[in-house]
Design a protein around this ligand. Structure first.
Ligand SMILES: Nc1nc2c(ncn2[C@@H]2O[C@H](COP(=O)(O)OP(=O)(O)O)[C@@H](O)[C@H]2O)c(=O)[nH]1
Ligand SMILES: [Mg+2]
Length: 243
């Protein structure tokens, strides 16, 4: 076996389920998770009060409760608990297609550094695609084009910037030195990947509807936070890789 083959076969993967009050959706989706295509699985729970933790514990899935609030903090806790070479972040709420977990895992095992199922490219489907006005999609596309223009040194355009569903190997993740505690963590991960020349691989996905409850991140407030984070990533020299 060649050296590169040997290394690739050693890429072990954790499936990280990021949840806060998702008992109903988690229980509807659990049987669809392709658990055999990963090496480890655990939950990062944001202090759920609806029995989410118990649901997963009964399924014999490890649950870690985050101690500091925010989606970014959930990501940091996931990294802290990770014992494999790569992580796949997944939200079992209906928005993301569990079948794609297997595809992300295969790409990570093939040596890809950062894999993002995209709702924005040919062959993909976005929740707003059935509508004439697509404000959320348009704002995302605008932020994506800004990020590509400012930070992407490669020829391959990155279309999906805020989708939380993605896989990344730890070696790349650790280079990013992420520090956003809130929901802007996913976009920051993409920007820092561009800055640090971590290669991003996309494939088309279909966005589904949330099964139960409501989004935690209203478009307008989230958009403002994303823009503020982007401005910091432009002007704060400490956010660039050290030479
Ligand atoms: N652990 C943790 N999970 C969170 C937190 N906030 C949201 N989530 C989960 O993150 C995922 C994405 O949130 P969601 O509200 O669906 O955002 P949307 O998909 O952009 O509408 C869902 O699985 C939520 O349950 C948090 O502070 N901590
Ligand atoms: Mg969601």
């Amino acid at each position: 076996m060649s050296n590169s083959k040997k290394n690739k076969s050693k890429i072990t993967i954790s499936l990280v389920l990021i949840v806060r009050n998702e008992r109903a959706s988690s229980s509807a989706l659990f049987s669809k998770l392709p658990l055999k295509s990963v090496d480890d699985v655990y939950v990062i729970d944001g202090n759920s009060t609806d029995g989410t933790q118990n649901f997963f514990k009964k399924k014999r899935i490890k649950v870690y409760e985050q101690t500091i609030k925010g989606l970014g903090e959930a990501t940091f806790e996931a990294r802290k608990q990770c014992k494999t070479k790569a992580m796949i972040f997944f939200h079992p709420d209906g928005n993301e297609d569990p079948k794609d977990i297997k595809k992300v895992a295969e790409l990570l095992r093939a040596g890809h550094q950062f894999v993002i199922p995209s709702r924005m490219i040919k062959g993909a489907w976005n929740e707003e695609d059935s509508k004439f006005f697509k404000p959320r999609k348009w704002v995302n596309q605008m932020l994506a084009s800004l990020a590509n223009f400012l930070f992407n040194h490669t020829k391959s355009y990155v279309s999906e910037i805020v989708q939380g569903f993605r896989g990344i190997n730890l070696e790349s993740y650790d280079r990013l030195a992420l520090d956003k505690s809130d929901c802007t963590i996913d976009f920051q991960m993409v920007i820092r990947a561009m800055k640090n020349k971590v290669q991003i691989t996309e494939f088309p996905t279909r966005e589904g509807h949330r099964l139960f409850g409501e989004t935690n991140f209203k478009s307008w407030e989230t958009g403002k936070l994303e823009l503020k984070m982007l401005i910091r990533e432009i002007f704060d020299l400490a956010t660039y890789p050290k030479l």
